[in-house]
Design a protein around this ligand. Structure first.
Ligand SMILES: Cc1cc2nc3c(=O)[nH]c(=O)nc-3n(C[C@H](O)[C@H](O)[C@H](O)COP(=O)(O)OP(=O)(O)OC[C@H]3O[C@@H](n4cnc5c(N)ncnc54)[C@H](O)[C@@H]3O)c2cc1C
Length: 505
């Protein structure tokens, strides 16, 4: 049977593409190498009674039009805002909590610096203004960096640290905000381009408020499950356990895919949700693409340095001076817990990794969804998701081994234990995902969580285009604008281009 479109990969973007293509009446088959659809946006059950958002854990960028046009809420998608949003702790027992309550924020900040009370609001307003501009450009069919305002361009090309330090003097507050500029990125907050990464993390509107983040009931896999349900309801087929070994090319056009078991599937168009390196260097037959394009692929910066550690805890972490169940947090445990005392701490952490070794003092972003969604853990237990940097894929002391993984996890637990001393003894299970594990499990190239850096030179028109040089082959994953995070936009843009072209085939 000839399909209109075959989609390589059932990441959330591949599923968005499938839903839009099927909705337009096209016959669509999605083939996914794993047994589970969702890519890096999944809920899994590593231990009996636990539901873990294995990779991505919080939601902001999922485009509101995708949520409403595909009616995702009718298929079980339900996100709720984290509030307070951020809780940054210091080793001396002091801490800073920020959230949507403006007066509470002003009181918190005044304890550190009177000047920062207004400085924080001006900083936040400036970030939100540029992030809103970014949001408006995220779904462009032909993104152009130069169309952004001069102020946004200068923020995006500069460093997160420079931007934040312009408004704020308190180190812990500077670091809490600037750390958004290094998420998933192999660069320090003082490095050029991390201003863009920061804006990217404030660009979402899934929770109805510019830049707000939230949890998804049932974990992030509920997004992918809803997308798969919509796509199949519209007539698309999703086949898991079906790895593509090569793209079929016929008469200078993409003509389908061959699976690892030898099955050939023919189609008028192929959309790849796989990353650019996998798509162009592995799946497209050699000799098909020209040398200049292949140079862009080989120069693509996609070395990962993020490690995800999922911990099953027997009890909630206890931080000096604040109770996760008490007044200070206003809602139990919903805030992101940052271990990031100041910007220089983050920059030092990066410098270790730039020399090829894990950070001696890592940056940690910790999330506790179980206080607000107890269905994810056995009664009384809590899941702590820790996103840690920097743990480079390529280590100067030789490849990752299981003992290096255990050492990395020990370091992270010990680091957190300095702030919440009960954590080490409360750990009942742990799941360690170093960059090579992210590569093996999710096919993320070199473990890069965004299919490649979101830094200048790899954003807007410098990211890979949806239409590839091979007619009939489209990219519909994070390697295309606007890049990584659970937004669905690359899938939507990919489907749109494919639909336009199919009308003429
Ligand atoms: C540890 C971690 C934490 C993160 N945290 C967040 C977060 O909290 N919030 C957020 O918004 N984003 C987060 N991200 C980023 C976000 O998860 C990703 O950017 C996003 O999920 C990528 O979606 P995608 O559909 O583009 O690609 P993927 O999810 O990578 O999907 C690609 C799919 O293609 C499949 N595939 C690849 N090759 C083949 C082949 N040959 N044959 C068949 N199938 C193939 C893969 O198995 C995969 O399912 C995180 C990522 C990681 C890894």
């Amino acid at each position: 049977m000839m399909h209109d479109a075959v989609i390589i990969g059932a990441g959330h973007n591949g599923l968005v593409a499938a839903a839009y293509l099927a909705r337009a009446g096209r016959s669509v088959l999605v083939v996914e190498r794993r047994e589970l659809a969702g890519g890096a946006c999944v809920s899994e059950h590593p231990w009996p009674g636990w539901t873990v958002s294995t990779a991505s854990y919080v939601c902001s960028l999922l485009h509101p039009d995708i949520i409403s046009e595909l009616d995702l809420k009718a298929y079980g998608y339900q996100a709720y805002r984290k509030d307070p949003s951020s809780f940054t702790v210091l080793g001396d027992g002091r801490s800073l909590v920020l959230g949507r309550d403006r007066q509470a924020n002003r009181r918190e900040i005044a304890a550190w610096s009177q000047a920062d009370v207004d400085g924080y609001e001006r900083c936040d307003a400036a970030i939100v203004e540029h992030a809103a501009e970014l949001f408006n450009a995220m779904n462009d069919d032909e993104p152009r960096f130069e169309r952004l305002s001069g102020a946004a361009q200068s923020m995006f090309l500069g460093s997160a640290a420079t931007f934040v330090e312009r408004y704020i003097e308190t180190p812990v507050l500077q670091a809490a905000i600037a750390s958004e500029g290094i998420i998933g990125t192999f660069a320090g907050p003082r490095d050029a381009g991390t201003g863009y990464v920061m804006a990217h993390h404030f660009a979402g509107r899934a929770l109805g408020v510019q830049g707000a983040w939230g949890y998804v009931r049932g974990g992030m896999g509920s997004i992918s499950a809803a997308l798969a349900a919509v796509a199949t309801k519209q007539g698309a087929q999703v086949r898991t356990g079906a790895a593509v070994s090569t793209l079929l090319v016929d008469g200078g056009r993409a003509a389908g895919v061959a699976l690892e078991d030898g099955t050939e599937i023919r189609s008028r168009a192929v959309l790849s949700n796989a990353d650019p390196r996998t798509t162009f260097a592995r799946l497209v037959p050699s000799g098909t693409l020209d040398a200049e394009f292949l140079k862009k692929v080989s120069d693509w910066r996609d070395e990962g340095s993020s490690l995800k550690l999922n911990l099953a805890l027997g009890e909630l972490p206890r931080f000096a001076g604040r109770s996760l169940n008490g007044d200070g947090m206003r809602q139990p445990g919903s805030a992101t817990i940052h271990i990031t005392p100041d910007i220089d701490y983050l920059q030092r952490a990066f410098q270790d990794a730039a020399a090829g070794l894990p950070s001696r003092e890592p940056f940690l972003e910790c999330f506790l969804q179980t206080p607000s969604d107890p269905s994810l853990a056995p009664p009384g237990k809590h899941l702590l998701s820790i996103f840690a940097q920097y743990f480079p894929y390529n280590r100067s002391d030789g490849p990752w081994t299981s003992s290096k993984r255990e050492t990395a996890a020990d370091l992270i637990v010990e680091t957190l234990g300095r702030y919440a001393p009960n954590v080490p003894a409360a750990v009942e299970e742990r799941q360690i995902l170093a960059p090579p594990d992210l590569e093996d499990r999710f096919n993320l190239p070199r473990g890069h969580i965004f299919h490649g850096e979101l830094l200048p030179g790899q954003i807007f028109e410098k990211r890979f285009a949806v239409r590839t040089p091979l007619p009939g082959l489209y990219l519909c994953g994070s390697g295309t604008h606007p890049g990584g995070c659970v937004s669905g936009i690359p899938g939507w843009r990919g489907a749109r281009a494919c639909l336009q072209d199919l009308a003429h085939v």
